[in-house]
Ligand binder design. Structure first.
Ligand SMILES: [Zn+2]
Length: 336
């Protein structure tokens, strides 16, 4: 996969697992957050029952806000999510999981989410790095955290990875919601340029920040200088790769309207200083390549971000499939 070849590191494997896997539930995001937090302390192992605490609490905190399972999935009485729903209010008031919730988490984690975390979308294919192994006896399971996990959890991009997880989690749970979920999946997302939030087209409700939603697909790097972009440390701007002022210069293509420059395909996080220096110049060849690569990665991720880019391609007369972004971006450049 191109995404991994461009940066063949444990961090790219992590992003493949979190950003590109298909989702019918959100367990993966709760597990990923708990793993990053624990590994950031430098630990090499943790009892499953201890890891289950932040995992279960992460889920019950979200349960009240949005569905954590696709409406296509039927869940039974004994399903972990049913237990979590029953035990959510009490666990939240206690500040830790109830005995019943903890027991259900310890039982379901090794069988479900921990088994699937490393999987890519195609059956039987795993990401190139492993982040943990479950060992120990059935009486007391132990989770060994790999050096790869500790490295990424303590790297300069750790804050980005947590932000990406949370944004992906919000996007996926919104796509599970009745009503707006369907429109999100069919119509893709819109961008509110005032707040720099991704919104659903129907109700214009904020779903996630543009930066958190797309930064992982550009490997956490500034689109202009290709150096790391660290939320909380760097001042970050969302760059119009083709400047917005070009809108009026763009000649309509054979398909009528000129491409919309205020849309996800043309928006990329960058250092604020790089963004101000760039000002209104057209993108360089390198910037166009990075943008095309970033968009190709999104095209290989699940909907609705992918859907948004497919619609851009379709509306401009291109086939809505991976492999087209280099051509499309060259063509936009040619319209100037
Ligand atoms: Zn930069």
């Amino acid at each position: 996969m191109g995404f991994f070849r461009l940066e063949p590191t444990a961090r790219s494997s992590w992003r493949l697992a979190v950003l590109m896997g298909a989702n019918t539930r959100t367990y993966k995001f709760a597990l990923g957050t708990a793993l990053l937090d624990v590994a950031a302390e430098g630990r090499s192992e943790i009892l499953l029952r201890d890891l289950a605490v932040p995992y279960a609490m992460g889920l019950v905190r979200r349960l009240g806000q949005a569905p954590q399972v696709s409406s296509n999935v039927k869940i039974g009485e004994l399903d972990f999510l049913s237990v979590a729903e029953r035990e959510a209010a009490k666990s939240l008031s206690l500040g830790h999981p109830t005995e019943e919730l903890l027991a259900a988490a310890i039982q379901s984690m090794p069988r479900m989410v921990m088994k699937k975390f490393h999987n890519l979308r195609s059956e039987g294919v795993e990401v190139p790095h492993r982040f943990y192994e479950v060992t120990g006896s059935s009486r007391e399971r132990v989770v060994r955290l790999s050096e790869h996990l500790r490295d990424i959890a303590r790297s300069e991009q750790a804050a980005s990875l947590l932000g990406e997880l949370s944004a992906r989690w919000s996007i996926v749970e919104t796509s599970f919601a009745a009503g707006i979920g369907q429109s999100l999946i069919l119509d893709g997302v819109a961008v509110d340029m005032t707040t720099l939030q991704i919104t659903d087209r129907q109700q214009r409700r904020p779903v996630a920040g543009v930066t958190d939603a797309v930064l992982g697909f550009q490997h956490g790097l500034c689109l202009i200088c290709a150096e790391p972009l660290t939320p909380g440390l760097d001042d970050i701007a969302v760059d119009h790769v083709f400047p917005y002022s070009f809108m009026k210069l763009l000649h309509p293509g054979p398909h009528g309207a000129a491409p919309d420059l205020d849309a996800i395909w043309n928006l990329a996080p960058a250092h604020r200083s790089c963004n101000s220096q760039k000002s209104n110049r057209p993108p360089t060849r390198e910037e166009m390549t990075r943008l095309a690569q970033r968009n190709e990665s999104i095209m290989r991720s699940p909907r609705p971000l992918r859907r948004t880019l497919e619609l851009t391609l379709q509306r401009n007369g291109h086939a809505a499939r991976p492999g087209v972004w280099f051509t499309f971006i060259q063509r936009v450049h040619g319209l100037l």
